[in-house]
Design a protein around this ligand. Structure first.
Ligand code: SF4
Length: 66
């Protein structure tokens, strides 16, 4: 599974950080999301699915097998 971020949509709400703290962070400089790792194990994949669902800006998407 690969996570994709549309930075033009991201507004720094950090819901994704709450859902998957090992995968996402919000930059102090830009106020936008940072993807910390491209490696998604089973646990972090679950968090990423929650993050996609919880992002109020619909800035996150996933593709590929889960
Ligand atoms: S929840 Fe969405 S809008 Fe908020 S920081 Fe994450 S990607 Fe950006």
């Amino acid at each position: 599974m690969k996570v994709t971020v549309d930075l033009a949509k991201c507004d720094g709400y950090a819901n994704c950080v709450a859902a998957a703290p090992g995968v996402f962070d919000v930059s102090d400089d830009t106020g936008k999301v940072i993807v910390l790792t491209g490696r998604l194990d089973e646990e972090s994949s679950q968090g990423v699915v929650e993050a996609v669902r919880d992002c109020p800006m619909r800035a996150l998407s996933v593709e590929g097998p889960s």
